[in-house]
Design a protein around this ligand. Structure first.
Ligand code: ADP
Ligand code: MG
Length: 698
């Protein structure tokens, strides 16, 4: 699926519905991600106020939000200290009078006329002994009978906003747009789904989610919209998958398993049952006509590397090359040395390619890759640069796949003729989400840890326990163990985080740990510097390593038993789980300390408690998904994939299931979305800019 080319009406077209709305507002809308009418109509409320019940003015109570109608008795405008303006109005019904005040909306003095009727929603308060309502929402009641209230006297939507936009503006804009466009909103789900899942029509759902008349209408609308989103998400992925099967078949590998078996015999440990299961999945992929297109999920430390190594070895055995792409140079270095240890005794060379090698060396390696003497190549993005030409690439492996985009995966695949592909992730994607987001890959899971690996003991450390923690760390270091102090990367510029890590390094190495060799590793160092720092830590020359997230992905230091994480509240639970997976890998007990500052709210600490209680990565990922939602979970929106604005696969399991079943039904009968039932899908996909004819993603 290709570039998004929005074919729909631009949102600036509808801004003209409202008086005084110019290009500036359209710009604000764009900041909310609203570019088209459809974007606007799917900008869903984040909550609602129930303002259906009207109160008599005499019954309005201090501190409660209430809605009432009344007649304007008088209106006055004045300015306060020359800058702020204040419009006051007295409003009465047959039970009493109340004073209403609006600040900084001087134009209201023109709109509000004594004698006209208002409906008002606001909170009554006391100010210098007088009862008044400050900045209430209101509408002037027209004499017409069928006036539709938007802001008061009904269930009122509350939207996510950005600076420069008001609730009132957005509510009115959406209401007007719905009025004007309801007739053009067409059904985008297949008839068969609508009937059998008995969901409301798209237009009713949009009306019902923005301006529901009651709870039932709201629930029906939301249910339908969730199913719709999940349907399109899964459809998009299934289409990727189908397009894949349209391509020339992958070449089956003719594998003798001589090297493979010799390698197995040489391993110092026995594979876990889960590893063996995954290996048999991989073998049957490699020997099948469809080939391998597999996502391998396994918690940190579950032993993915050896599995990936064996997939690559199979390629070598079939006379082909294999490549492993990882996101950082440090990690590439680690994998290269692990794989060399594995394979060089078998006479299979391992080649290492990263961007920071010298030009001459790179050229030499490019030559080896091109002439086929490089059999197994491990590297970073350097693998997908121009100038890298494989002689015959049979298997590609992508590690820590969430760090790479779909395009980078595709670029690596493009270095061979439909090579087999294995992507690996330690982010344990909850089953529900894996079903949707990775429908284009077959899934294998390593759900078993190597024997003797105990969960990392985790604790939340408040400031007054910090000294005790340091004392514990000193003991561990005296016992021969090592510790990470992590200042994970927070902003894109890295600058502040690096500064924080550097000053922590200075503080520790001159203070509490002055008698212990402390190392430093951060993103602004050169590869040579990073490599030196990592090597020093690996072989125990430094015992404590202060670092930014570079160690997050995959680094293996058996003697490291302690992970101290600063600002843990800023991170996803899964991310922290990965970080703590770096310690206690040598068979000893591992410890993870989540250092929280004074100001961290209780709710954030409670969230971190999940890590204290739970050691299963999948359960943690589920909790993460529940708390933060799918958008955050993925970090970045994936290209060419419909967004989830209202559905959360971790929670909306039933909707996931309904959508999944119907995507399957549809594609079973109309794999190219041909025919009547699929017609709405064709139209909608083309409207949201999903190009059904363009290239595949591998
Ligand atoms: P990850 O899945 O996080 O990439 P690794 O592949 O780095 O994990 O494996 C972590 C450690 O566990 C490595 O030292 C590896 O040699 C070891 N290991 C892998 N499989 C087993 C096993 N079946 N039994 C014992 N140790 C194993
Ligand atoms: Mg790994």
């Amino acid at each position: 699926m290709g570039e998004t080319k929005k074919t729909q009406r631009d949102v600036s077209d509808v801004c003209r519905f409202l008086k005084g709305v110019g290009p500036a507002r359209a710009e604000h809308l764009r900041r909310l991600g609203i570019e088209t009418v459809d974007d606007l109509l799917t900008h869903f409320p984040r909550k609602y106020y129930d303002r259906r019940n009207l109160t008599k003015i005499g019954d309005v109570k201090v501190g409660d939000e209430s809605s009432f109608t009344g007649q304007i008795l008088s209106v006055a405008k004045r300015s306060i200290r020359g800058r702020r303006s204040m419009v006051t109005a007295a409003i009465a019904d047959d039970t009493g009078v109340v004073q209403v005040v609006w600040f900084n909306q001087p134009y209201l003095a023109k709109i509000l006329r004594p004698g006209s009727e208002l409906i008002v929603t606001g909170e009554l308060s006391y100010y210098r002994g007088a009862r008044q309502i400050v900045n209430p929402e209101f509408e002037v009641l027209e004499k017409t009978l069928d006036q539709e209230l938007l802001h008061t006297g009904r269930i009122v939507p509350v939207y996510p906003l950005t600076r420069g936009l008001s609730q009132r503006f957005l509510r009115e804009l959406i209401a007007r747009t719905l009025d004007a466009y309801a007739g053009t909103v067409y059904e985008n789900l297949p008839d068969s789904l609508i009937k059998s899942a008995s969901v409301v029509s798209r237009v009713d759902a949009l009306l019902g989610v923005h301006f529901p008349l009651d709870r039932t209408e709201y629930e029906r609308a939301v249910n339908r919209l969730k199913i719709e989103e999940l349907f399109y998400l899964q459809l998009a992925f299934s289409l990727h998958r189908l397009q894949r099967s349209d391509r020339p078949a992958r070449r089956k590998l003719a594998i003798e398993y001589g090297l493979w078996n010799r390698f197995l015999a040489s391993l110092p440990f026995e594979l876990t049952g889960a590893q063996q299961r995954v290996l048999s999945d991989i073998r049957s992929d490699l020997e099948s006509d469809q080939g391998m297109h597999r996502l391998l999920q396994g918690d940190v430390g579950s032993g993915k590397t050896v599995v990936a190594g064996m997939a690559m070895l199979a390629a070598v055995e079939a006379g082909k090359q294999a490549a492993l792409m990882v996101p950082t140079e440090i990690l590439a270095g680690q994998h290269a040395s692990t794989l060399s240890e594995f394979f060089e005794p078998l006479g299979v060379p391992v080649t290492f390619l990263i961007g920071s090698l010298k030009a001459g060396e790179k050229r030499r390696i490019h030559g080896d890759i091109a002439n086929g003497s490089a059999r197994i190549v491990v590297g970073t993005h350097a693998l997908i640069q121009e100038g890298v030409e494989f002689n015959d690439l049979g298997v590609v492996v992508v590690d820590e796949q969430h760090r790479f985009g779909v395009r980078q995966r595709a670029a690596l695949l493009g270095k061979g003729q439909s090579p087999h592909m294995l992507v690996m992730t330690a982010t344990p994607i909850p089953r529900t989400l894996a079903l949707t987001a990775y429908a284009d890959l077959d899934l294998s899971v390593i759900d078993e840890m190597p024997k003797g690996r105990a969960p990392v003991k985790t604790g939340v450390v408040p400031p007054d326990r910090r000294d005790a923690m340091i004392a514990f760390i000193r003991e561990q270091v005296a016992g021969g163990f090592q510790a990470y102090f992590l200042y994970p990367l927070i902003d894109d510029t890295e600058k502040q985080d690096v500064e924080a890590a550097v000053s922590a390094y200075e503080e520790l190495s001159n203070g509490a740990l002055s008698d212990i060799p402390v190392g430093m590793l951060h993103g602004r160092m050169s590869y040579a510097e990073k490599d030196a720092a990592m090597t020093a830590f690996c072989n125990g020359e430094t015992r404590v390593l202060v670092a930014t997230t570079v160690v997050e992905v995959g680094v293996h230091v058996p003697q490291a038993t302690i992970m101290v994480i600063h600002h843990p509240e800023r991170f996803g639970l899964s991310q922290i789980h990965q970080l703590r997976g770096r310690v206690g890998r040598g068979g000893q007990e591992g410890y993870c300390f989540l250092l929280v500052n004074e100001g961290v709210p209780q709710s954030a600490r409670e969230r971190l408690d999940v890590l204290v209680r739970v050691s299963d990565g999948f359960e943690i990922a589920e909790a993460d998904l529940r708390i933060r939602g799918p958008g955050e979970f993925f970090g970045v929106r994936q290209h060419g994939v419909p967004a989830l604005k209202i559905a959360n696969p971790a929670i909306d399991r039933q909707a996931v299931e309904v959508a999944r079943r119907h995507v399957k039904n549809l594609l079973d009968t109309a794999p190219r979305l041909e025919g009547r039932d699929a017609a709405p899908c064709r139209r909608y996909l083309s409207d949201i800019g999903v190009d059904l004819t363009s290239h595949t993603i591998g």
